[in-house]
Design a protein around this ligand. Structure first.
Ligand SMILES: C[S@@+](CC[C@H](N)C(=O)[O-])C[C@H]1O[C@@H](n2cnc3c(N)ncnc32)[C@H](O)[C@@H]1O
Length: 557
């Protein structure tokens, strides 16, 4: 077990924290570090532990901003993004490890800091070679190492150099290095909560609920149901906080009303010892005027793990923020899938567990590339495409399309993202852009026509080729390998790739099946026309690149 958990428990309880030690214990879970376990059957709405807000560690509770000087703190932009909290954690780390600190406020969180992990498997710590295994997945662009390091060099280092009494020059190489900065950043990324200030509005809402703030939750150690409904849940599904925002991103000196308040981001001792599993949440952190309270959200059997939620993220995001991946049985409804005609892949999906939140991101430029060839002999090509893209963006359209994991509980959904279909249709030369401009909108069509399907097939094929590794089956084969060179990081990267490739394959199947359905309808319409003695379009067979959208629509009616 990392850190001294006994010293931490003693510190927690002697500083206003309460833990029901009959109900909850901290233990080691193979593969996921420490976590909380139910020591007896626990009913829903039961308080497992609570702590005063003052025990959370944030730029609001740390004495460092005051000791440094609030004006100076702002001048160095330490009040923006995460860099201020990172510095507070680095300072606490230095105070916890170095003896003889003369500053009385220093080291208040030492037993907590000493209980935290020192090493991480999050993507920030992966080498280029290891990251290559994730090529093609959307997470690679989200690591943000350069932005983070710019904040270190441009905000943090100049700030600490101005205050040698707080940041001893002897401590700089060990406790204020780039490595220490990344360690603090990763501790925040994988363990922090959003704990907003208790406002008068919160108080009014609570009073409207008829809650007795002071007395209702005073039930330390007793197996009685509490009333979490009367408190507010911690923001954003507990752990779900925004990623690091470098100070440079916020040039304005004035606070933006809509901007998240970085002083809301807090380390919450004890609450950050809970692991999470996709869909497995059985406890949640609630906040009240003076305390935070971890409450069971359903009954938990003795011996079961007590799980918080990290927001049921896709595996790529879990790996980036927390350094692990989640695999759960996908529980596909085989009957629904069979009706939909996709037995083989559904069966594949059932056999191997996965993460139902996995998605595939398609950048708009892939669509642009695929459409470009269709413009070669028509219009002004580049200029027309550019005009349409501009219109799309002006209308609030996105430049990344997200293909979700199909809901296997209810069978495979054949719907491709509507935005992706609309964008593809908009860019095709057969779309009358003048008419779109006149109407101010694209005509709505839930299902793509054959021409759009042709482009989408090309886009999805190109997208598939962007991934490292082989086919889904080859990557799955790798996952069953026990070779020593197949490290945990490689395994995790392969899990992320396989998850996305599966979603992509189902999307490609979807395009194929929609295309076949169009052709079937068309043949049926042709047969009817022939029976009626009509000569046009009867029994025409088309490939993806040659179909006419108007005709396809007619065939569907
Ligand atoms: C908030 S901490 C939870 C406490 C942590 N296990 C510890 O030992 O301090 C989050 C970290 O726990 C681990 N973790 C949480 N849930 C996990 C899971 N389902 N599988 C593997 N590791 C998990 C990951 O290392 C993650 O970064």
């Amino acid at each position: 077990m990392c850190g001294d958990i006994d010293a931490f428990m003693t510190w927690f309880q002697s500083n206003g924290g309460t833990v029901d030690l009959h109900a909850m214990g901290i233990t080691e879970f193979p593969g996921s570090g420490r976590g909380a376990v139910a020591l007896c059957d626990i009913p829903a709405d039961y308080t497992l532990f609570s702590l005063p807000r003052t025990l959370t560690l944030s730029t609001r509770t740390s004495s460092l901003p005051h000791l440094f000087g609030l004006n100076k703190w702002r001048a160095h932009k330490l009040h923006k993004g995460w860099v201020g909290l990172i510095l507070c954690l680095m300072w606490e780390d230095a105070c916890a490890h170095e003896q003889g600190n003369s500053i009385s406020e220093a080291g208040l969180w030492s037993p907590y800091i000493l209980s935290l992990p020192e090493t991480f498997d999050t993507l920030m710590f992966w080498s280029e070679h290891e990251l290559e295994e994730l090529r093609g997945t959307s997470v690679v662009d989200k690591i943000g190492r350069q932005d983070a390091e710019r904040a270190y060099h441009e905000s943090l280092v100049p700030a600490i150099e101005t205050a040698p009494s707080l940041f001893s020059p002897h401590h700089l190489p060990r406790w204020y290095s780039l490595e220490a900065y990344h360690r603090a950043g990763s501790r925040i990324l994988s363990r922090s909560f959003t704990v907003s200030r208790w406002t008068s509005q919160d108080a009014e809402e609570q009073n409207d609920d008829g809650n007795d703030e002071a007395g209702a939750h005073d039930s330390e150690g007793e197996l009685e149901a509490n009333e979490p409904d009367n408190a507010n849940t911690s923001f954003g599904s507990a752990m779900d906080v925004d990623e690091l925002t470098p100070a440079e991103d916020h040039e304005d000196e004035d606070e933006d009303e809509d901007e998240d308040d970085p002083s809301d981001i807090a380390m919450v001792p004890m609450a950050d010892l809970l692991n999470a599993r996709w869909g497995g949440e059985n406890a949640k952190l609630f906040h009240e005027p003076k305390i935070l309270r971890m409450v069971s959200t359903k009954s938990i059997k003795k011996g079961e793990q007590i799980f918080n939620t990290y927001g049921d993220l896709p595996n790529g995001d879990l790996l980036r923020r927390y350094g692990h991946v989640d695999l759960v049985p996908l529980n596909a409804d085989t009957n629904a899938a069979r009706t939909a005609g996709v037995d083989s892949h559904i069966n594949g999906a059932i056999a191997t567990p996965g993460n139902p939140s996995d998605v595939v991101e398609i950048k708009a430029n892939l669509v642009v590339e695929a459409v470009r060839a269709r413009w070669e002999t028509k219009g002004n090509g580049e200029r027309d495409i550019a005009e349409r893209i501009e219109w799309w963006l002006d209308e609030g359209g996105d430049d990344i399309f997200v293909i979700p994991h199909p809901n296997l509980q209810i069978g495979i959904s054949y719907e491709l993202p509507r935005e992706l279909i609309s964008f593809t249709r908009l860019l095709l030369p057969s779309t009358d852009f003048e008419s779109v401009l006149k109407k101010g909108k694209l005509s709505k069509s839930k299902q793509p026509d054959a021409e759009v399907l042709g482009v989408l097939e090309e886009v999805l094929r190109t997208r598939e080729a962007m991934y490292a590794g082989g086919t889904v089956e080859e990557d799955e084969q790798l996952l069953s390998s026990s070779s020593a060179s197949f490290t945990t990081r490689r395994r995790h990267a392969t899990v992320v790739r396989v998850g996305e490739k599966r979603v992509l394959r189902i999307a490609r199947d979807c395009v194929k099946l929609l295309f076949e359905a169009l052709q079937k309808n068309e043949n049926r319409a042709g047969k009817k026309d022939r029976q009626n003695g009509s000569s046009d379009g009867g029994g025409m067979k088309r490939g993806a690149g040659t179909a006419e959208p108007g005709r396809a629509k007619k065939a569907r009616q």
